[in-house]
Design a binder for this molecule. Structure first.
Ligand code: NAD
Length: 491
């Protein structure tokens, strides 16, 4: 994107067609790389959301609702084929919207976009219900379960891994036979918009997949999650937004599945293999410029290796190249928007004011030419803060981490768990017993040992405490996207 490229128009995708808002409303999307106006995006009002939900309901009554499982799963594999065929279009769109390095999106975001569809076709294919037989005086009673699609699913997505996180929910929703209305983040409308072209190219029936663009409160997000025609709401985003959506979902008692914020600890024990731990810690603190819900913002390090870890981590972070998406050596892109940069820089100031030692960064890097208008920040490492400092209690969602020493295992566990969040923890030790003991003690939904962001899509994914409600992944996704029925026969 450059100043000379005219802004595009991005429209809703409803009932198989791209359409503007009924009232013509739009909002502006700016490039995080250089601040230029990239697109005028249609902003859905209640009428547009209603049209999308009605199209989805009609699709459930049409050929999609009657389609056999094998045919449906074959169609879903063709969605994956088509995303792979249009890999470069998705890559360009994702990197333009987010500013993330192409090298990152090429190996993470776009491949996972298609892999999600392939994984859930396999999971649905091998999924089975339950059967119970119980003797009675006459002969016996047979109970078995049947799972039906839940109906119309609203998918509310964030901006940090847009295609990856949208398809993480879209794939199981479609594989189990639902129809969907997706509301992508206002910051990242492009790849979800492109999925409409994919659906039409492979002949997914009109109305099965719908997209409405817009903001959250009093806009597309709220209108969709309030809509009585929606049977289930799956959301990824901030915990505060989840609370608002939960209130909206209460009307009509719709089920929710929430993947929300984190304030994830890394616990680095004295016997950790630092040659492996340091590069992985760098990834967990700074990947996607720290805008990963699973990322590490608090590291607790055994006192005997504390100075070494601080030094090696800062030396590694200082070498990370801050550059636009097309630079093959880019390690850090900009933050998603000027608004988010203001928030992150606010935390950088609060850390200093609270007495942090700023080991690295803490400000805005000098960028050349038009890039100076982008939303860049420096990777930042602090030590010396008390545990009640705001940057230790609250999710910053930027490229930053605070390190603090600990003296024994109990203290490390207590510090790691002392947070309202409970998404992930990573444990670095070569002592097998300690690894299992500490993993068992952490109050989180996902615990990595000597690794980070290593995913098997069949495993349960989600957060404890204020980081989420429910689990998705593997058969856990199928529980949310289907309604299970028990059938009981007196034989
Ligand atoms: P956000 O909560 O601001 O927005 C997420 C989505 O919710 C957007 O589409 C937004 O328009 C919509 N929304 C906002 N208010 C709404 C309302 N009242 N009703 C309906 N929809 C509404 O989150 P974000 O800034 O886009 O993403 C960053 C957050 O997401 C971080 O907190 C991060 O930890 C979290 N996250 C969690 C996971 C996970 O798996 N747990 C994954 C990625 C991101």
């Amino acid at each position: 994107m450059s100043a000379s490229t005219p802004p595009r128009a991005i429209q809703h995708f409803i009932d198989g067609r791209y359409v503007p808002s009924a009232n013509g409303a739009t909002f502006e999307k700016f490039s995080p790389v250089d601040g230029t106006l990239m697109a005028h995006v249609s902003e859905a009002g209640e009428a547009d959301v209603d049209a999308a939900v009605s199209a989805a309901r009609a699709a459930l009554r049409g050929p999609w609702g009657r389609m056999g499982v094998d045919e449906r799963l074959a169609l879903i594999n063709r969605i994956a084929d088509e995303i792979e065929r249009r890999f470069d279009d998705f890559l360009d769109a994702e990197c333009a919207d987010t500013g993330k390095p192409k090298s990152l999106a090429r190996r993470l975001d776009i491949p996972r976009g298609s892999a999600n569809f392939r994984a859930f076709t396999e999971i649905v294919k091998t999924h089975h219900g339950q059967v119970y037989f119980k003797n009675t005086p006459s002969y016996g009673v047979l109970n078995y379960t049947l799972s039906k699609p839940r109906g119309v699913i609203a998918i509310i997505a964030p901006w940090n891994l847009p295609l990856l996180l949208t398809t993480w929910k879209l794939a199981p929703a479609l594989a189990t036979g639902n129809a969907v209305v997706v509301k992508p983040s206002e910051e990242t409308p492009s790849t979800t918009a492109l999925l409409g072209e994919v659906m039409n190219a492979v002949d997914v029936p009109a109305g099965v997949f719908n997209v409405v663009h817009g903001l959250g409160p009093n806009s597309a997000g709220e209108f969709l999650t309030r809509h009585p025609g929606v049977n289930g709401i799956t959301f990824t985003g901030e915990t505060g937004t989840g609370e608002a959506i939960m209130r909206q979902a209460a009307t009509g008692t719709r089920p929710v599945s929430f993947e929300m914020g984190g304030k994830n600890p890394a616990l680095v024990f004295a016997d950790a293999n630092l040659d492996k731990a340091i590069p992985e810690l760098l990834r967990s603190c700074f990947l996607n410029s720290g805008q990963v819900c699973l990322g590490t913002e608090r590291a607790y390090v055994h006192r005997t290796i504390f100075d070494e870890v601080v030094e090696r981590l800062s030396a590694g972070a200082a070498k990370m190249k801050i550059a636009p998406p097309s630079d093959p050596d880019a390690a850090l892109g900009p933050l998603i928007s000027q608004g988010h940069r203001d928030k992150v820089l606010g935390y950088y100031r609060q850390a200093k004011a609270a007495g942090a030692t700023v080991v690295l960064g803490g400000g805005v890097p000098a960028m050349e030419g038009a890039l100076a208008n982008g939303s860049w920040v420096e990777p930042t490492i602090w030590t010396g803060l008390p545990e009640d400092a705001s940057v230790i209690r609250e999710e910053v969602f930027g490229p930053c981490v605070h390190l603090r020493p600990f003296d024994d295992e109990d203290e490390a566990i207590q510090l790691g768990n002392d947070t309202p969040y409970g998404l992930t923890a990573s444990i670095w030790t070569q002592d097998v017993s300690r690894a299992h003991r500490v993993a068992g003690a952490m109050d989180v939904g996902l615990c990595w040992i000597n690794s980070w962001f290593l995913r098997d899509l069949r495993t349960p994914f989600g957060g404890a405490k204020r980081s989420g409600i429910g689990r998705e992944g593997g058969n856990y996704s199928l529980e949310f996207y289907t309604e299970m029925k028990n059938v009981c026969i007196d034989i």
